[in-house]
Design a protein around this ligand. Structure first.
Ligand SMILES: [Cu+2]
Length: 416
């Protein structure tokens, strides 16, 4: 008999197979008896283990105390007053200490550059500090600067998100002559307001640039025009003067070289090279403004927007002299810049010519934020002579030496 035949199986069939026929009425009774018996047993068990009201209250009270303790403990460590409105989708640097007294503005200052603000990706081999040619309008040299967020390679394999003038880091070099009338139109395509300060220049106060002090900040998508006539000559630079802590640390600066009308009392030289320093904090694809604050310490360093071995190599011949203009565009750190192969002479400080009697010979000069040193170095021996910061961490790329150095290093290649 197949399985399918069970449904047709009658009482007789069951007898034939020695399966006792079921008495349904009896089974029902047994079932009821069984169930009521079990219920009685369960009631006995529950009576033995059931929580008393006092116990329930104790558990509820303990849970509430633990919940409250958890909230109070967190409240002592973090700022519960901050809302998403204060900090948006800010991504903070790993290691930043954020306590209950850390304001939302501090977080925004240190937050990663928002990748959604990037409007341009520079070619990996693009260089900054390209001379910006003015157009001349009624004897005024007119320059256009535009600030925006870009992707910029400091090494072939290391791309940062920076704030840039004219889509390069450093911003373009402005080179004028003492006494030139200049007009500079600054357009702001950054996600926040900005201004430009002309560092070291004597000019009308309302052209000096500090936001909220001498002028209204230039809002996003707005343009402000600076116009003045520099009466000084030498090595200067321009940089943001609004949210400086963040904006300059992300690349918003450039060289301003003013040639003298008449020759200055500076020893002769054959070539010149300008050096602008910067620190970077790049972690897991995010760029944070490097600064001397917990979590903000830099792990990359650049000369003219590139880390060694991507920095320039300067070529010279034995006997030639080079004027190196060090610009302290670095925002937070002092860099003792050293040249191998013999001393240099400091011929100008902060744009001002050093009188002959006061010139000193050194082979290392501390370039602090805002400072400029013009030095003249003589190529005495052939070979590869290093120019580098003497803080060894600043000559690494993310703490790694590459091809013998990194970061604030470049080579002066002297031919016989
Ligand atoms: Cu350094």
């Amino acid at each position: 008999m197949s399985e399918h035949d069970h449904s047709k199986m009658g009482k007789g069939d069951a007898d034939e197979m020695n399966i006792p026929a079921m008495d349904h009425s009896k089974m029902q009774m047994q079932g009821n008896d069984g169930m009521s018996g079990m219920a009685h047993g369960a009631m006995d068990l529950s009576a033995a283990t059931r929580a008393t009201s006092a116990q329930k209250f104790a558990w509820a009270f303990l849970s509430l105390v633990l919940l409250a303790a958890g909230l109070i403990l967190s409240a002592t460590l973090v700022n519960l007053n901050l809302s998403a409105r204060d900090v948006g989708g800010a991504i903070m640097p790993p290691g930043m200490i954020m306590l209950r007294d850390t304001p939302g503005k501090a977080m925004l200052d240190m937050a990663a550059v928002d990748p959604r603000d990037v409007s341009y990706t520079a070619p990996a081999n693009a260089k900054g500090d390209n001379e910006l040619r003015p157009r001349v309008e009624n004897d005024v040299k007119v320059f256009d600067l535009t600030a925006s967020v870009i992707k910029w390679n400091i090494l072939p394999y290391e791309q940062v998100m920076g704030y840039a003038f004219n889509e390069q880091i450093p911003g373009p070099r402005i080179r004028i002559t003492e006494g030139d009338r200049v007009r500079i139109n600054v357009t702001n395509n950054l996600p926040e307001s900005t201004t430009v300060h002309w560092h070291g220049l004597i000019l009308p106060n309302n052209m000096d640039g500090p936001a909220e002090i001498t002028q209204e900040p230039i809002a996003s998508e707005q343009t402000f025009t600076y116009e003045f006539t520099p009466q000084q000559a030498g090595t200067y630079f321009y940089h943001t003067h609004d949210h400086v802590d963040r904006q300059q640390a992300l690349g918003l600066y450039g060289a301003l070289i003013i040639d003298p009308k008449a020759p200055q009392n500076i020893p002769a030289y054959d070539l010149e090279y300008t050096i602008q320093l910067q620190e970077w904090l790049e972690r897991e694809g995010y760029t944070f403004p490097a600064m001397l604050m917990e979590g903000g310490l830099p792990n990359f360093f650049t000369i003219n927007g590139k880390a060694y071995p991507s920095t320039d190599t300067v070529s010279m011949m034995v006997g030639q002299k080079i004027r190196i203009r060090f610009i302290g565009s670095n925002n937070n750190f002092i860099h003792p810049m050293h040249i191998h192969g013999g001393p240099f002479t400091i011929v100008a400080t902060d744009g001002n010519v050093v009188p002959e009697s006061a010139r000193i010979e050194k082979d290392t000069v501390n370039v602090g934020p805002g400072e400029r040193y013009d030095v003249i170095w003589t190529a005495r021996e052939p070979g590869k002579w290093l120019l580098h910061c003497h803080i060894p961490h600043h000559t690494t790329n993310n703490n790694v030496e590459v091809e013998g150095a990194g970061g604030l290093t470049m080579v002066i290649n002297v031919a016989p």
